[in-house]
Design a protein. Sequence first.
Length: 363
Amino acid sequence: MTPNDILFGREGGVATVTLNRPQALNAFTLGMYRRFAPMLREWADDPEIHAVLIRGAGERAFCAGGDVRAIAEAGRGISGDPALTSSFFWEEYELIRHIHRYPKPYVAIIDGITMGGGAGVSVNGAWRIATERTMLAMPETGIGLFPDVGATRFLNLAPGQVGRYLALTGARLGPADARYCGFATHFVPRELVAQLVAALGDMTWRKGEERAQIEAALAACAADPGEPPLALRRAAIDRSFAPDTVEAVLDALARETSAGGSDGEWAAQTRAGLLTKSPTSLKVTLRQLIVGQGHDIEAALALEYRLTQHFMLGHDFYEGVRAALIDKDQRPNWQPATLAEVSEAMVDGYFAPLLGKKELIFN
């Protein structure tokens, strides 16, 4: 990384963070996490700082996630430190936990693409501001991984079976759906974001009233993002994604397809999309959400760290990154290649304690 990949500043009593890799859709590197974490600790202890605001540079993204290509190349011994396959997730998750438990107001402007690690440093915070350009997704099953960065917790908080649907398919959400799922707390038109940031920077902060002051500033800029498309599809989603096995989900989608209509068309497309994902990732992800119901942030991240370390020893993550980001042929050769070949015992192995490795435990 370069020193300019993440920028820190101050507007009045607000500490600001700008993810500044627009050419890489502001994806996080380990170096960026290592600069961000101590600043959060410093601001938490600074009486002159009353809130933290994070946003992305450029016109396209808040943050497209973590630098999974660097992790994959390190894991394969192509470049970088082989320890990146553990240190990246460890330090990322520690920072996400700090954001979720942050003692001061934390505001994320999720303008543009927000995926993976971008959701980690926003959805886990107190205020998440969507704009008309927000596109939020957790697409990890498409690269042979699983939805992490606290998604075990926040996907399970989505209405009905929507969290399972999003986790398995990687479906993309606009601002209305992001609010419907609880991933965004407010919608602010992009043209008013600068006004909101200026209002927070000019705020005369009153001790103990900071949260109410932020809510008032947001109320002055917030708008209605419109009807969430997911709400209109909710009944079909709940019917299709209620089963506790991926095979049964596919069967339910096939039944929905046979019923015809707009739900039938949606179900056919959804089923076809699922069949392109890593079979291992699909089965592990569904199990993850089932066992992770009710997990707090610490339990969610501890589970996810364990899963990452098992995935780093497998095949599909490296193959998924190759197909999506290196060769870009979009033709991953998953191993195992079918759901039938992924046994329950194989899935159990991903949830087994880490042998000879340190589990992620928060003090």
